[in-house]
Write a protein that binds this ligand. Structure first.
Ligand SMILES: *Cc1c(COP(=O)(O)O)cnc(C)c1O
Length: 387
C-alpha cells in the first residue's frame, strides 16, 4: 500500500510531540504544568448548556442538518456582526456554520487552490493555512511576520510575480501565536493589496472577542471594499469556551461563502442542529459575561508576564488572544529552551518554530490553564537560571 503524498508529507501535529513528552513524565509519576495547547479550561457557560438540554429533545434535530446551517443560527451570526461591528450581512447568502473554524479554514483552500497554485501564508502562523493549501495541491509562499513590524506582513515586500500568481492571502488578527493586533487601516491596506492582484482574502478572526484593557478588535469586513474579496472565519471555541462542541462560522463575500458551502456539502453533512442552538445562545452571551471571562485570562496574563520578566525574559502583555509570545535568551533554540523548561522545571511551553521557521527563537505560553496550576507553574519558573 502506498499513501498519498499529502499524507506522507504531513508534518506531525504540533502538539503530538508535546503530549508525548508530558505523558512520559506523568508515567514517571511527575506532575507537569502545561502552558502548551490553547484550549480553554473554563467550562461552557450555563445558558449555553441549558439550551442543549431542551434542544436535544427536538426530533427535527435528530435528522440531517442543512449544510449551510439553521436559518436561526445564521441570523444570530448576522445579528452578532451588526451589534459588534455594525455590518449588515444577509443570513441567506453571507453566513454559514462550520464544524469549528478549523474545518472551514482547511476546506477553504479547496475553493480557491488548484494543483500548483500559490497561497500567501504568514510565518509564523496557525499551521492549518499551510496544510489546507498542501491538501489542495497548492504551495505556500511564506510572508514573514517580524517583531520589528509588529508581526504584520509587509505587502510591499511580496514579489510582484508571486502576488500575481497567488490565489489566496491568509491573515489572522488578533494573532495566534504572536498576540499581535491589526488596525482597520492595516485591513484597508490588505484589501487594497488583495484587489490589486485579484486574491481571495481569508481572515481568521477567532480571537476578536478575547481582548483586554479596553481593546476592541475590528473585523476585516469593516475595511473599505472588503465585501468584494474577503471571507472571515470565527469560532465559538475561544470566545465561549466551546472547543469540545466544534462550532464556528464563515461570513463575507456571498460567492466565497457559497463556494465553501458547496465544497462542505460534498464532504460533511452539516453541524448538529442542537449544537447550533447552543451557538445561538453563545452568540448572545452578555458583554458582562464576556468581560468576566476575559478578566480571568487578563489576570493570568499579568502574572505570567511578571514572572517571565522577573527571570530575565522580556515579555509584553498582549491586548488580545490567549498567548504570551516571547523571545528566548541567546544561546538556545526554541526546542532546546522548551526542553530545558520541561527537564528542569516540569513546565511545558510550545516552541515557536512549530508555527513556522520565523517562530524560531520564540516560545509560546498559553493562558488556558486553571489558576492554581498557573500559580504552581509560576512557582516553578521562579529563580530559573538562564545561562
Ligand atoms: C483555536 C484556533 C482555531 C480553531 O478554532 P476551532 O473553531 O476550535 O476549530 C482557528 N484558528 C486559530 C488561529 C486558532 O487559534
Amino acid at each position: 500500500m502506498k499513501f498519498a503524498r499529502r499524507v506522507q508529507e504531513l508534518p506531525p501535529y504540533l502538539f503530538v510531540g508535546i503530549s508525548r513528552a508530558i505523558a512520559a513524565k506523568r508515567a514517571q509519576g511527575i506532575d507537569v504544568i502545561s502552558f502548551g495547547i490553547g484550549d480553554p479550561d473554563i467550562p461552557t457557560p450555563d445558558p449555553v448548556l441549558n439550551r442543549l438540554e431542551t434542544a436535544l429533545r427536538t426530533p427535527a434535530h435528530h435528522r440531517y442538518p442543512e449544510s449551510e446551517g439553521l436559518p436561526e443560527f445564521r441570523k444570530a451570526v448576522c445579528d452578532f456582526y451588526k451589534r459588534r461591528f455594525d455590518i449588515n450581512l444577509d443570513p441567506a447568502t453571507e453566513a454559514i456554520n462550520l464544524i469549528g473554524a478549523k474545518e472551514g479554514i482547511a476546506h477553504a483552500s479547496l475553493c480557491f487552490i488548484d494543483p500548483g497554485d500559490t497561497a500567501l501564508v504568514p510565518d509564523p502562523a496557525y499551521p492549518v493555512y499551510e496544510i489546507g493549501t498542501m491538501f489542495a495541491g497548492g504551495k505556500s509562499h511564506f510572508v514573514p511576520l517580524t517583531a520589528e513590524n509588529a508581526w504584520l506582513p509587509k505587502f510591499e515586500d511580496i514579489p510582484t510575480d508571486v502576488a500575481r500568481e497567488a490565489k489566496v492571502l491568509w491573515l489572522n488578527y488578533p494573532n495566534n501565536p504572536t498576540g499581535a493586533i491589526a488596525s482597520l487601516e492595516f485591513f484597508n491596506e490588505a484589501v487594497r493589496f488583495a484587489k490589486e492582484f485579484d486574491i481571495a482574502l481569508l481572515h481568521d478572526a477567532c480571537y476578536t472577542e478575547v481582548t483586554y484593557d479596553g481593546y476592541v478588535a475590528p473585523s476585516i469586513l469593516q475595511a473599505e471594499g472588503a465585501r468584494d474579496i474577503a471571507m472571515e472565519f470565527h469560532s465559538l471555541s475561544k470566545t465561549a469556551n466551546m472547543t469540545g462542541w466544534r462550532i464556528g462560522m464563515a461570513v463575507g463575500n456571498s460567492d466565497m461563502v457559497n463556494a465553501l458551502m458547496r465544497v462542505k456539502s460534498n464532504i460533511d453533512s452539516g453541524l448538529s442542529q442542537a449544537i447550533q442552538e447552543m451557538g445561538i445562545e453563545a452568540l448572545n452571551l452578555s458583554p458582562e459575561w464576556l468581560k468576566q471571562n476575559n478578566d480571568i485570562y487578563r489576570k493570568r496574563r499579568d502574572r505570567v508576564v511578571a514572572i517571565l520578566n522577573e527571570i530575565g525574559i522580556d515579555a509584553v502583555a498582549p491586548k488580545a488572544g490567549l498567548y504570551i509570545w516571547v523571545a528566548i535568551p541567546e544561546g538556545y533554540t526554541s526546542a532546546k529552551f522548551a526542553q530545558k523548561l520541561l527537564d528542569e522545571r516540569n513546565v511545558v511551553v510550545t516552541p515557536g518554530n512549530g508555527y513556522g521557521p520565523a517562530g524560531e527563537g520564540y516560545i509560546r505560553l498559553s493562558l488556558t490553564t486553571p489558576d492554581d496550576r498557573i500559580d504552581e507553574g509560576i512557582r516553578r519558573l521562579s529563580g530559573l537560571k538562564l545561562s
